[in-house]
Design a protein around this ligand. Sequence first.
Ligand code: GDP
Ligand code: CA
Length: 340
Amino acid sequence: MRITVLSGGVGGARFLLGLRAICSPDDHVTVIGNTADDITLAGLRVCPDLDTVMYTLGDGIDAERGWGRRDESWHAMAELAEYDDPSAWFALGDRDLATHLVRTRLLAAGVPLSEVTRRLCARWRLGVDLLPMTDDPVESHVVIDAPDDGSGAAAPGQPEGEPGRRTVHFQEYWVRLQAPKAYLVTAVGADRARPAPGVLAAIADADVLLLPPSNPVVSIGTILAVPGIRTAIQRSRAAVVGVAPIISGAPVRGMADRLLPTIGVEVSAGAVGAHYGARSAGGILDGWLVDDADRSDLAPLRALGLRAAAMPLLMTDPASTAAIATAAIELARSAGAAAP
Ligand code: GDP
Ligand code: CA
């Protein structure tokens, strides 16, 4: 079976661990990773979601934090802070820095991000192919309230003619500012981005396409914003099944509830499924898994033309995560069998 997964960081990577555990050696998994979290810090190109997938599947992750390297130390970051370096707010661990150094050197030599990622992943033996969604630069930017300094002058990043608001990189919004009220999220550069080599083929040739419980706005939403990817999903012969990242009206980890309102989507498993929509009605899904707590969403989802099922969706341990992956594949099989 050829399985293709669109993935953000922690939610996607945890799901992928469960998926890999249930795959047979004949199965082939391709991961299309979000790159709109990418940021240049202290001169280094950092790809948080690609690295989370790489370290998680490569067994180099700090499992408790969910990101970054295990047995990490933070000396370089402390030294950056002593220099008042403007990047010191982002946690760059000493082990992790080596990844960004290698990546930055290769990118500066003109090697595309997809090839850089392939070379980095060779060390970690993921058991899956990890492709960035695009080799072109895309960055999620978030419009938030500007702190009022009383001067009446535009704050840094404040768009002309939008008093009281400013725009920050998604990482600054999320990590440094801890997700204040957001007005707008834009995937800057997405409209000009081209899918990385292999991305469209991995979608077209898949037997099963999976959306793990990744952030609908800044992980899945940005991948879908790369021209060509949404259409490829709609046309793929694969059955497409997604897993709800929202349980009982709240994100399981993180602050996804802060961003859903920017795209007019209610914070519920059913609303996110409806946002993606059924392929039979111009959307991208055939099936949607919700948590047992959200069973009341099943009937409205089915009314939209989706196959919907409920089960425990907390990825608390390898067994429960593998069970979610198994259910997603089964739902895809039943959707595929029903297709004309
Ligand atoms: P990020 O890039 O690190 O933010 O990771 P993703 O975008 O891949 O995933 C973030 C989403 O994963 C959040 O919206 C969480 O609600 C969701 N998530 C995290 N853990 C779980 C879990 O155990 N079960 C489910 N269903 N969703 C989860
Ligand atoms: Ca992310």
